[in-house]
Design a protein around this ligand. Structure first.
Ligand SMILES: Nc1ncnc2c1ncn2[C@@H]1O[C@H](COP(=O)(O)OP(=O)(O)O)[C@@H](O)[C@H]1O
Ligand SMILES: [Mg+2]
Length: 305
């Protein structure tokens, strides 16, 4: 069973609503569920009428919730990177580390890494305590970038590891000529080299995250009866396929009771299970309203996967 689930789709299609309804339904089935919002716009708490934070808050029997504070994770990521750089390059007094580290705040990718390490933390820290962890995702652009980050970064890290191996080989050559060589302050073996060790550890963390997205996550894309949300769903599916990540199902949410627009969804996603939840005209205000959202078939499919 895939422990983790991600709800994807255009803004406003119902990611927060369907992830909450699914989490609530699973909890009433007796599953222990953690729901985690990665969306900086945080409205998961509103759905349950609770104020959520980085710490777990009980929302119902068997159901806890977290709103990941991305700014805090960015600050934590920058602080850890700073300590790492200072420790790794403490012998190097020729570059101005502080100005280098200050620039990191503006480096592309910082936000994506912060999301990745937040997901890693949630899964590692709480995974054993829950049957399911459901993520309510941020807007598509950021979601696609953080899902792609492990694959892209692994290419970089592999290249850096190759470069480091070359440096270490050169050191070995120098040492074999002159065992007392002064040029070598560090180690000449990968297993003793701090930088090589750090790169290997980043590589294995990224690889685990890619595995998590690819093999251990149930991915569902939400579509509404409009062309824009359909177009975005098609784009999400394509972008993920490039990363060798495949969606599991499609949710046709806010469906008109006469089923209009359903055919277009079927045409584009004919190889996938499609779950329909009709538009609730009275709105969804309380967590009792969540029980009105039709997700039992989606949950059944999740339980099978
Ligand atoms: N099946 C539905 N019937 C009626 N209203 C819905 C339904 N699904 C979602 N909504 C409403 O649509 C709005 C946007 O939903 P939300 O879950 O916040 O979208 P997202 O998280 O994708 O931005 C909310 O007001 C929500 O109550
Ligand atoms: Mg939302």
């Amino acid at each position: 069973m895939k422990k983790v689930a991600f709800f994807l789709g255009k803004g406003g299609v119902g990611k927060t609503t369907l992830s909450s309804a699914t989490a609530y339904y699973l909890s009433r089935m007796g599953r222990k569920v953690l729901i985690v919002s990665l969306d900086p716009a945080h409205n998961l708490g509103d759905v349950f009428g609770m104020k959520l934070s980085n710490k777990r808050t009980p929302l119902a029997t068997n159901l806890d919730g977290i709103e990941v504070d991305l700014q805090e994770w960015i600050a934590r990521y920058l602080k850890e990177s700073r300590e790492e750089i200072l420790a790794t390059y403490r012998y190097n007094t020729t570059i101005n580390l502080d100005s280098y580290i200050n620039i990191m705040k503006y480096t592309p990718g910082t936000e994506e890494y912060a999301v990745l390490w937040a997901i890693e933390h949630v899964v590692q820290a709480y995974g054993d305590e829950y049957d399911r962890i459901i993520f309510d995702t941020p807007p598509t652009a950021l979601t696609l970038r953080f899902l792609a980050m492990p694959t892209i970064s692994m290419l970089w890290v592999r290249e850096l590891l190759n470069m480091r191996e070359k440096v270490l080989k050169k050191r070995q050559t120098i040492l074999s000529l002159n065992p007392q060589a002064h040029v070598i302050r560090g180690s000449s073996k990968p297993e003793d080299d701090r930088i090589y060790g750090k790169l290997s550890s980043i590589q294995s963390r990224l690889s685990s995250l890619h595995q998590l997205f690819k093999n251990e996550s149930y991915l569902t894309v939400i579509i509404n009866p409009d062309t824009l949300s359909l177009a975005e769903a098609i784009r999400i599916k394509h972008e993920l396929e490039k990363l060798d990540v495949y969606i599991d199902s499609v949710c046709f949410n806010k469906a008109p009771s006469d089923g209009a627009c359903g055919d277009e969804v079927k045409q584009n996603f004919h190889r996938f299970p499609i779950f329909t939840s009709v538009y609730v005209p009275t709105g969804l205000k309380t967590n009792e309203d969540l029980a009105k959202v039709e997700i039992p078939e989606l949950v059944e499919d999740m339980e099978r996967n």
